[in-house]
Design a protein around this ligand. Structure first.
Ligand SMILES: [Zn+2]
Length: 104
């Protein structure tokens, strides 16, 4: 049981490290025509980035991401994947602790 609680502590610390997360997906559009498939016909296409996600009411939301914030946003999306994995691991430990507390 003690080992499980220790494992749980470690997991919670790892969760802290990836608590800055974003959920959704990053897409890019042409910054001039605002389309994914550019219709400007030019050679130099400047891209604009955005994060699309669903809110608690399952409504689609869009947040624009500046070029310099792009790596930050990508890192935060990766944190979400880590967080989900850690949540599953935490669940496994919680189940084991819960089972250990059951009286025969
Ligand atoms: Zn365009």
């Amino acid at each position: 049981m003690n080992a499980l609680l220790k494992k749980r502590e470690t997991l919670l610390r790892r969760m802290m490290a990836c608590s800055e997360f974003l959920r959704g997906s990053i897409t890019s559009v042409c910054s001039t025509c605002n389309r994914a498939a550019c219709i400007c016909g030019g050679k130099k296409i400047k891209k604009a980035y955005r994060l699309t996600y669903k809110d608690t009411e399952q409504k689609s939301r869009t947040v624009y991401i500046s070029r310099d914030q792009l790596p930050v946003a990508r890192g935060m999306l990766a944190n979400h994947a880590r967080m989900r994995k850690l949540t599953e691991e935490l669940f496994e430990i919680n189940i084991a602790i819960f089972k250990g507390k059951l009286k025969p």
